[in-house]
Design a protein around this ligand. Structure first.
Ligand SMILES: [Zn+2]
Length: 438
């Protein structure tokens, strides 16, 4: 599989050399892509969360002096002009590549518009916001849906106390001691990298740096630096359980954010010269693809019982922890995974002002199985990142449906990795996921 992909990359690279994009394309798309990047960088001078990664040319950085105040109306006008120009181009062209690039940028720009408004203090409802930012609205489930899932946990977890207390007791057996964090995380990332390299050829100089930090609203973050380098930061404010090591190895690293960013940089930016790819706007449809695929990647790297086996054989001994109960722990985690949609309801409640603080805390504790400190952290995350929460759970569901439509179930591993590689190497929109899954 690895050889097939590298052969494909060579063919694509050879074609790109023979017929440079600028000669094939009618004038317009590359200029518009440059304007798109310039606009994002300009907004990013005010809104520090706007640009998550940029590895393009310094020459596109805004040269004009930064104005004292954020000019909402003029930025919105720029977004509108750029969307109109892309719309014109779409009417004129029959070139598939240009259509794909223009459609993708248009959707990304809708997100720019919404984010500009949010940054200026103009808010919409949770679903209207996520439609603009991530092109989808997550499904709403009634409280009874979550109660039924908690009832499954009740049956699974033996002992006295509430389900939440029993769940917490089980989790507490698998807290990684602080002194072992570095060793355990490096071992997990190394295994995920090895398994990913079995299927993909990655750039020879690719690398990452792992750092432990504190006082952040998130639990982990991949800062992609360009040139195939990532800085992966892990927040140590809260206790870190053994499955976090697997999550960081896959979600943040291989084949999650680190690999996703590298494949885009290599295949689209360097090989094809698509300038718009060099900038990753955080609050955009691209994040639904990024978070959804990063979460889906966990099952790709560790299908079936592989995760439990790897924990038992490698990670728990490295952490100096007993392996008793690890199978039930992962069964409970799988149910908790389905409960993650409850965080969307909490997000809706906070953003739409339909839940007061005690109610949000109750939902996070009862249905997201969080303890007091994790629940408070989660509220802090939602206040900062708002409807972004849907990207983790609904994003993963959309990617899973797409992958099943493209590559079937877990049986053919090569086919799954190949379809996943195509997904990570193209400007895919949430609407493409929905279309392919029908
Ligand atoms: Zn992520």
């Amino acid at each position: 599989m690895k050889y097939y992909l590298s052969f494909l990359l060579l063919v694509v690279a050879a074609l790109a050399r023979k017929q440079p994009e600028s000669k094939m394309a009618p004038p317009g798309i590359n200029q518009l892509a440059t304007q798109y990047v310039r606009l994002a960088l300009d907004i990013g001078r005010y809104d520090s969360s706007f640009v998550d990664a940029y590895y393009g040319s310094d020459s596109l950085q805004p040269s004009a002096t930064k104005k004292a105040t954020f000019s909402k109306d003029s930025f919105l006008l720029e977004v509108q002009h750029l969307q109109d120009a892309l719309g014109q181009l779409l009417l004129q062209t029959t070139n598939d590549t240009i259509q794909k690039r223009a459609t993708w940028m248009k959707a990304q720009l809708t997100a720019f518009g919404r984010r500009i408004k949010i940054y200026s203090g103009e808010y919409a409802s949770f679903d209207a916001e996520s439609m603009d930012l991530y092109s989808v609205a997550a499904p709403v489930y009634p409280e009874t849906h979550y109660q039924a899932l908690v009832a499954q946990l009740d049956t699974l977890l033996q002992g006295k106390g509430t389900v939440q207390e029993r769940f917490q007791l089980l989790c507490n057996r698998f807290i990684i001691p602080k002194a072992k964090l570095d060793t355990v995380f490096h071992a997990a990332i190394a295994e995920c990298r090895k398994r990913t390299l079995h299927h993909y050829t990655l750039p020879a100089n690719e690398n990452f740096m792992l750092q432990f930090v504190s006082d952040k609203p998130w639990s982990g973050y991949n800062w992609y630096k360009g040139n195939y380098q990532s800085l992966i930061q892990i927040n140590t404010d809260l206790q870190i359980f053994i499955d976090r090591a697997i999550d960081v190895g896959t979600h943040e690293s291989y084949p999650g954010h680190h690999v996703y960013n590298m494949l885009l940089e290599k295949n689209l930016y360097h090989d094809k010269g698509w300038v718009e790819i060099s900038l990753y706007p955080l609050f955009s449809p691209q994040s639904l693809i990024a978070e959804g695929s990063a979460n889906y990647g966990i099952d790709l790297v560790f299908p079936g019982n592989d995760k439990i086996a790897f924990c038992k054989d490698v990670l728990l001994p490295l952490a100096g922890l007993d392996t008793t109960g690890i199978s039930i722990y992962f069964k409970a985690q799988a149910i908790k995974g389905q409960l993650k949609f409850a965080r969307n309801e909490v997000g809706r409640g906070i953003i739409n002002k339909t839940m007061d603080t005690p109610t949000t805390m109750r939902w996070l504790k009862d249905y997201c199985l969080m303890n007091e400190e994790t629940a408070k952290k989660s509220i802090r995350f939602i206040n900062v990142n708002r409807s972004y929460v849907i990207n983790y759970n609904y994003g993963m569901e959309l990617i899973k449906n797409y992958m099943e439509a493209k590559a079937g179930g877990a049986a053919d591993a090569d086919k799954r990795w190949e379809a996943f590689g195509v997904l990570l190497s193209n400007p895919v929109l949430p609407s493409d996921l929905l279309k392919a899954s029908k």
